[in-house]
Design a protein around this ligand. Sequence first.
Ligand SMILES: *Cc1c(COP(=O)(O)O)cnc(C)c1O
Length: 358
Amino acid sequence: MKKIFFTPGPSQLYPTVKKHIKNALSADIPSISHRGESFQKIYQNTQNNLRKLLKIPQTHKIFFLSSALEGMERIIENCVEKSSFHLINGAFSKKFFDIARLLGKKPVKVEVEQGEGFEFEKITIPKNTELICLTQNETSTGVWLPLPQVYKIKKKYPKTSIALDIVSSVPYTKVDFNFIDCAFFSVQKGFGLPAGLGVLIVSQALIEKSKKLVKKGISIGSYHSFLELSKKDEKFQTPETPNVLNIYLLGKVTQDLLRIGINKIRQETRQKAQFLYAFFDKHPLYKPFVKNPLFRSETVIVVKTGKETKKVIARLKDKGLIVGKGYGQFKEKHIRIANFPAHNLRDMKKIVKTLQQM
Ligand SMILES: *Cc1c(COP(=O)(O)O)cnc(C)c1O
């Protein structure tokens, strides 16, 4: 039976990926030199398409890394001398904090219960904060951070940089890079690609900051420091031998999304999310985990399925519908349903129909 992966990452491949992989193999993409002209063209094409799709201004650079966690580590190393500030409400926001701690910094956190959002009016950020680290979509619990709230923080603390994890909100999320100094994601979620590629979007101003750290004698890492990445970027290259195939595929899928139009994709995402939330809001047993609609994710829908979790997952699996288990402590209490561009309303309706028959 044909399977459809609603897991929040890796997830269902975007429908055109198979065709692009075949073409890439015919064109020997995995064998070409990463110092040659055809790679430089691929690199530029992917960057240009990402710029168009996500409206990334020229004030910001685009770098290729190996994963989103690598993005967190590079950002802390290159932008923080001592103290970062973190809003934590689940496993991924906590990871960002832990990485700062493990790198020997002095991160500060405000933590709320899993499934809760943040009351921004009540949050004060310590004076010495260099970087505010935020997770836009907490994939472990399905909590969304509304961007207008984030922009308000930036207006209140204009000199403090903001790093935004957009791993499971991109490309649906519409980031205004006037307020966001750096953002990062990996490609196995919303872009529907194989894992193994991370993308980091960072302002020139923040790259300048990393130079200041070097002058102070602080380590900003080695081959993937912002400075090494910038140097190679000028030649449309990466410091290491990168995931050439995935950089190529990201350029192709981004092109496909541009052809459809990002507004249409966003509208469809909203429609699919509303469809699922409407069903679960009315369901006698299975309820959305995030109570406040303001903080509900439209890209990862987390549902409390309690004692029936295993049964629900198995029944859906019988129909080829692979949904995610709950994360961590919620493994046997929740299901998670990804709502990315690769998922269509027809397949969401299959999930609902299967659950109605239980
Ligand atoms: C999946 C995920 C990550 C980690 O991504 P990797 O590609 O595994 O490094 C980080 N943050 C969020 C919000 C995620 O969903």
